[in-house]
Design a protein around this ligand. Structure first.
Ligand SMILES: [Zn+2]
Length: 323
């Protein structure tokens, strides 16, 4: 698992809060029970002395040791039984002072031995979904529900190829080897669907993915430029520079200014220089992009990205016209 510090810290805090809550509840229940029945408190004190009793029994020598240990065990069992009976007589169940954890496997520590518990892994993935910017797209647009039905001929063949290449891309994704992709084509041809599907699968595999439309990315950079540098908070735009995979949706639809152009250049340049992949999707044709941005940007986009051309009829429009 390779999630960002923001994600791992948030989940660590979430688990610490769960343990704190559990601990408080246990203390509160013990206090309640002790005040109703002081004998239970005495039993708990006696039970907590077991380690000491075993140490004493061991120090007395090997002769008769197993009998002494056996007798300690029996005493313990009797005390536990008595404790259970007292709790029941008060109207509680036997486990009242030992409330359940949200995960019994790891007692909300996040670890089973030295291995990450499945609950912790799930919490990390959930947090990574939340931080990815994909929102509901993660649940509505997956590889499983991508349909090629509305495509025909060459368009369909090409899309079948892209589909299997993108599944492979997501399944084999590694920061060091993944290519940057440029998805070019009109609206409703599946660019957003497939990039969300790639994102979901990569997040599930433990990578940190950020998905955002171009306009919002530039907005975040602009906001950081004017924000208080001494506030101690990490600038919002850092995630675009550092995540394992950045997906820029709808490039070209943003307001073009000298700031957005230099920002885009720096973002692409910085990520490519660090070997961090980017997926860019755009409704603009290659020619239109060349007109919109300067050579520094287009030469990187067309020189270093693998280009996927999405062609065919707008699937959303086609669906509507069938009604
Ligand atoms: Zn667990």
């Amino acid at each position: 698992m390779n999630y960002s510090k923001k994600i791992t810290e948030a989940v660590a805090e979430e688990f610490a809060a769960k343990r704190y809550e559990w601990d408080s509840l246990k203390k509160q229940r013990l206090k309640e029970v002790y005040s109703l029945c002081p004998e239970i408190k005495e039993i708990d004190i006696a039970l907590s002395d077991v380690g000491l009793k075993i140490a004493r029994a061991t120090l007395m020598g090997k002769v008769g040791l197993s009998e002494r240990i056996e007798s300690i065990k029996n005493d313990n069992l009797k005390l536990q039984k008595r404790r259970g009976e007292l709790l029941c007589s008060l109207g509680f169940d036997e486990g009242y002072t030992d409330p359940p954890h949200s995960c019994e496997k790891c007692a909300d520590t996040g670890y089973v031995g030295v291995k990450l518990c499945s609950c912790y892994r799930e919490a990390l993935i959930k947090k990574a979904y939340e931080c990815s910017g994909l929102g509901n797209l993660l649940f509505s647009q997956s590889f499983e529900n991508f349909s090629l039905d509305s495509l025909e001929g060459e368009d369909r063949e090409r899309m079948e190829q892209y589909y299997s290449s993108l599944v492979k891309y997501a399944d084999e994704f590694s920061v060091k080897t993944a290519a940057s992709l440029l998805m070019v084509g009109g609206t409703g041809l599946g660019k957003t669907h497939l990039s969300s599907a790639v994102a979901k699968r990569i997040i599930d595999r433990g990578f940190d993915v950020v998905y955002e439309n171009a306009q919002n990315i530039f907005f975040d950079f602009e906001r950081d430029r004017f924000s208080d540098r001494f506030s101690g908070e990490e600038p919002v735009s850092f995630k675009y520079l550092d995540c394992d995979l950045l997906i820029i949706d709808d490039l070209g639809s943003e307001m073009i200014s000298s700031f957005s152009v230099s920002c885009l250049y720096n973002l692409i340049n910085s990520r490519l220089n660090k070997g961090l992949p980017i997926i860019v999707s755009t409704n603009f044709t290659s020619e239109a992009l060349r007109k919109k941005y300067d050579d520094r940007i287009t030469s990187r986009l067309f020189g270093e990205f693998t280009i996927l051309l999405f062609t065919g009829k707008d699937q959303r429009r086609k669906k509507l016209s069938k009604k």
